[in-house]
Write a new protein. Structure first.
Length: 437
């Protein structure tokens, strides 16, 4: 029988299974059976099963409850352009060129706004409460996209907390006037300084300039680093060097870091040690990295030899804060995805192998909730605790394997104590933006 969540917002989620990692024991992989009391849009109390006194009880019969999701790395400005601009060969460079062409031809304010809003509606229906997006910043796009983002942040306030990082390529970063124009606009929007580089002879200078400008303007940093199968890529190490040498004190996040997995053991250990000393957090994008990396169609269809992801388990073991996130959605960089935080967790377990020992696996639920919330300093904490907003996702599954074996399309999403409509928007809404069918 389907569960009914009381509309008055005052009830007990009885016999809920919650990961101990999300109720005060971050390293625990165990589940605890609890009663969660909901009142006035917040979690009023979490106690042992059978302890809550409210008369309205929703018996979950040991099914798992997680906090709403936090998606630390997305691209809302690129989302859903695949029908009009596909990747010609599935490669990273093919995606880059396709997006450049589409951006120059189509990314006026209305186009970006409608696709961004569509993406946010998908994320909300799946149970996401906070998102950081990267926005392409090649002038003059920086003015258009920041204006749209600021409007979206206001429109979605109270439903999805939004942050944005201005994404620049090496040429923009090395052009002092362009870098300062983007950084100044980013500052005025309350944004984060972003960028992307992998194999580049100027990586030491690129990273030093980014860190210096961020320090001067009081900006945090979130970069795409070493999104490449080339072991010679050194952006992550250069970033760590720049942070250590300058004493930069802001938050620093490095995304992708794929090359770390194809570097020799000594190099990987050296880089991981520097990343830990610099206090850099790493976010892995398992679905997009597996889709793009080690794809070589030059001599016909070829099976990939590696999964494309970084050494996330090793980074975490070294004390580096880590998270996993969606990345691109139905665009040339990733043809699939729907900004579903649970899909990220489910596929991340398979791709990154954090599912064993299975007794510890549930601690990784923090990688799509509490840990990225702390990394990005969101208001939404991604934890289950008394006083927090009752932003929850209820699943049909009493343990790790039951939870992860199904897509959980029948999940119940609760925001501020009340169940929301989880109907997803129809792709047809965007048909007029996609050109002739």
């Amino acid at each position: 029988m389907p569960l009914t969540i009381p509309a008055n917002g005052h009830y007990v989620l009885a016999n809920a299974s919650v990961p101990e990692a999300l109720i005060g024991n971050p390293k625990s992989g165990a589940l605890q059976s609890v009663d969660i009391t909901i009142a006035d849009g917040a979690i009023a109390a979490i106690g042992s099963a059978g302890s809550a006194a409210l008369p309205q009880r929703v018996d979950l019969r040991d099914d798992i409850v997680l906090p709403a999701f936090l998606d630390l790395h997305t691209h809302l400005d690129k989302g859903h352009i695949w029908p009009r601009k596909q990747n010609p060969d599935g490669t990273w460079i093919g995606a880059l060129r396709a997006v450049l062409e589409d951006r120059e031809a189509n990314w006026a304010s209305d186009d970006v706004e409608r696709r961004m809003d569509f993406s946010l509606r998908c994320a909300y229906a799946h149970g996401t409460a906070a998102i950081r997006t990267h926005l392409d910043m090649a002038p003059p796009q920086h003015e258009i996209s920041w204006d749209v983002f600021e409007a979206m942040r206001e429109r979605w306030a109270g439903r999805i907390e939004l942050q944005a990082a201005g994404l620049m390529g090496p040429d923009t970063i090395l052009d002092d006037s362009a870098l300062r124009a983007v950084a100044t606009r980013t500052k005025s929007a309350g944004g984060i300084l972003g960028g992307s580089t992998a194999v580049h002879p100027e990586n030491p200078r690129i990273m030093r300039r980014l860190v210096e400008v961020a320090g001067e303007l009081g900006l945090d940093i979130d970069l795409h680093t070493d999104e490449s199968p080339d072991p010679a890529a050194n952006a992550l190490e250069c970033l760590a060097d720049a942070v250590i040498e300058t004493g930069f004190s802001g938050s620093v996040v490095a995304g992708h870091c794929c090359s770390l997995a194809v570097q020799d053991a000594d190099t990987a250990r050296r880089v991981i040690d520097k990343v830990a000393r610099a206090g850099i957090a790493v976010v892995s994008l398992p679905m997009c990295n597996m889709y793009l990396q080690d794809r070589d169609n030059a001599s016909g269809v070829r099976t990939p030899r590696w999964r494309g992801v970084t050494l996330l388990n090793e980074l975490k073991a070294a004390g580096v804060p880590v998270a996993i996130a969606s990345d691109n959605t139905r665009d040339p960089f990733y043809a699939y995805g729907d900004l579903d935080g649970f899909e990220v967790l489910r596929e991340g377990a398979r791709i990154l192998h954090f599912d064993h020992p299975q007794a510890d696996a549930l601690a990784w639920t923090r990688a799509v909730s509490a840990d990225p919330a702390a990394i990005a300093r969101f208001t939404f904490t991604g934890e289950l605790k008394a006083g927090a907003s009752a932003d929850l996702v209820l699943f049909k599954g009493r343990n790790w394997t039951e939870l992860m074996s199904r897509p959980q399309s029948d999940r119940i999403v609760i925001r501020a104590g009340k169940a929301i409509d989880t109907t997803l928007p129809d792709y047809r809404e965007l048909d007029d933006l996609m050109g002739p069918s």
